[in-house]
Design a protein around this ligand. Structure first.
Ligand SMILES: C[S@@+](CC[C@H](N)C(=O)[O-])C[C@H]1O[C@@H](n2cnc3c(N)ncnc32)[C@H](O)[C@@H]1O
Length: 233
């Protein structure tokens, strides 16, 4: 199969105000697409392999409405902390309450991820990204990974896979009612997605990390970096 050249273009959702009705609708579409692509289950399985059942401190980059981890993390007795980082804080009070019911103390940091990662802050058991890394060119990914590798012992990302089937799928989203923003951004996202070992190549070289990268489901690409020991919060 011919490899599609990677191409990063602006996404409309990033440029619309958070309260624009088309943006609100597109975030609803994203929840639907995450379900169709089983991203919560893909991330849950990846985390189960690397994290202990001890209290956890997890950050999600580009978390959007932060609903994905509700389905990816099993309930905890107590003591688990979640931080959702996004330039556009669209996490509802209801979502925060649902996390609390499941034993997670959830908070939101409205920030650019690079500024957030550069700032002094705690270390995390895991940093997660879903449908987020594809926004960035290779030098930015390398910088993000270098910063993240100092703040966590595990990094898990589920992204669009850059291949013919996901590209064809992105052209059919009108059939399930997705709006113009979602249809545009889905195509752009697949063109900016990943295949092979492209994300591993951006992780800091020569470090003591185990890197796994593979196709996940029909449409997605999973990247997992785990350190020798997973830290405790
Ligand atoms: C495609 S959405 C995915 C949202 C969420 N992860 C999901 O699966 O529904 C990408 C998100 O990244 C955020 N974003 C884009 N660039 C960012 C940056 N430099 N720093 C922080 N957030 C950013 C956008 O605001 C948006 O919420």
């Amino acid at each position: 199969m011919t490899l599609l050249a990677r191409r990063v273009d602006p996404e409309w959702l990033d440029e619309l105000p958070a309260n624009d009705p088309r943006a609100v609708r597109s975030r609803r579409d994203l929840r639907l697409m995450n379900r169709i692509m089983s991203h919560a289950a893909i991330i849950r399985r990846a985390l189960e392999r690397g994290l202990s059942p001890a209290p956890l401190h997890i950050a999600e980059l580009g978390a959007g409405d932060a609903t994905l981890l509700l389905r990816a993390l099993p309930p905890r007795a107590s003591g688990a902390r979640l931080v959702f980082v996004d330039r556009q804080p669209v996490v509802s009070g209801e979502t925060v309450r649902k996390y609390a019911e499941r034993g997670f103390d959830a908070s939101v940091d409205a920030a650019d991820v690079f500024e957030w990662l550069r700032a002094d802050g705690p270390r995390y058991d895991c940093i997660v990204a879903n449908l987020f890394l594809h926004h960035f060119e290779v030098p930015q990914l390398a910088e993000m990974f270098a910063l993240a590798s100092r703040r966590t012992r595990m990094f898990a990302a589920c992204e669009p896979r850059r291949a013919r089937i996901p590209l064809a799928g992105s052209r059919m989203l009108g059939l399930i009612g997705c709006n113009d923003v979602t249809r545009h951004d889905a195509y752009v996202s697949v063109r900016a997605g990943f295949c092979g070992r492209e994300l591993s190549a951006c992780w800091p070289a020569g470090s003591e990390w185990k890197l796994e990268e593979s196709k996940a489901g029909l449409f997605s690409h999973l990247f997992l970096a785990s350190g020798a020991t997973v830290c405790r919060s």
